[in-house]
Design a protein around this ligand. Sequence first.
Ligand SMILES: NC(=O)C1=CN([C@@H]2O[C@H](COP(=O)(O)OP(=O)(O)OC[C@H]3O[C@@H](n4cnc5c(N)ncnc54)[C@H](OP(=O)(O)O)[C@@H]3O)[C@@H](O)[C@H]2O)C=CC1
Ligand SMILES: Nc1nc2c(c(=O)[nH]1)N=C([C@H](O)[C@@H](O)CO)CN2
Length: 251
Amino acid sequence: MLCQRVQELYLTDFIPSAPVLITGGAKRIGLALAESMLEKKIPVIVSYRQPYPALEELIKKGACCIQADFSENAGILAFAEKVRAQTGKLRAIIHNASSWVAESPDTAPQDTMAMMLQIHVYTPYLLNLELEECLRGQGTAGADIIHITDFVVEKGSKKHIAYSASKAALDNMTLSFARKLAPEVKVNSIAPALILFNPEDDASYREHALNKSLMKIEPGESEIVNLVDYIMRSKYVTGKTLGVDGGRRLR
Ligand SMILES: NC(=O)C1=CN([C@@H]2O[C@H](COP(=O)(O)OP(=O)(O)OC[C@H]3O[C@@H](n4cnc5c(N)ncnc54)[C@H](OP(=O)(O)O)[C@@H]3O)[C@@H](O)[C@H]2O)C=CC1
Ligand SMILES: Nc1nc2c(c(=O)[nH]1)N=C([C@H](O)[C@@H](O)CO)CN2
């Protein structure tokens, strides 16, 4: 088995929790989420597309890392099959995998929209349906689905139209899956604004982005880690979008 250790740990009394599945867990926010779960002795299954250096450490810490490219539906379904082969139950699915693509003259708009829908709509939609039985059967509020969306769902984005629309669709699926899966599974969205810059972001962009919020900081991954922890501890919060945006809407 690819990740025997997850099975061994979960099937003994050493691990009190079923694994948490995090998509796009090899870098940045997804990696921080995986590391925080492992620190709490919660087993982790992560998807990764490119093999970043951090993967080695995750594997050493006991994570089950499965390579997956969600650009085609076959890749999504094959990944779901590999997850089912690793575990019969999941404590949570955190849909973190994402691509932040702006409209560009170099890419046909239909291709931009297709790419955005593929990663932000088809991937969470198919994985939620394919892994539903792994989430059920653990009691009331026994499992969570967390869709990571974006603050722009509530205001749009003139430079990331397809991205914003696809995240809005993901946000709406939170309502539908919350209705479908309650009370066994809670389903919530986390809607961040600026959390973490990208290395290529220059000083001028960074200053402009910081000034968009009241708090004017780049808060870092811990804001998402802490909110995921809160959601997973709750027995009551479901169907909600929880913003992490530094007061963006009040600027
Ligand atoms: N960073 C921020 O400030 C903000 C982040 N968010 C949201 O938070 C979440 C995490 O953000 P962040 O850590 O910056 O995300 P990144 O864009 O840095 O990473 C997302 C991950 O998703 C993976 N991914 C993208 N497309 C695919 C695909 N087709 N198949 C498989 N994997 C794929 C990437 O893999 P690879 O690198 O190999 O391509 C990467 O590991 C995202 O949903 C994002 O939209 C929202 C607002 C602000
Ligand atoms: N998949 C990603 N989505 C987003 C990112 C990112 O790096 N990857 N970054 C942002 C910005 O931080 C934006 O919120 C502020 O400029 C949005 N989404």
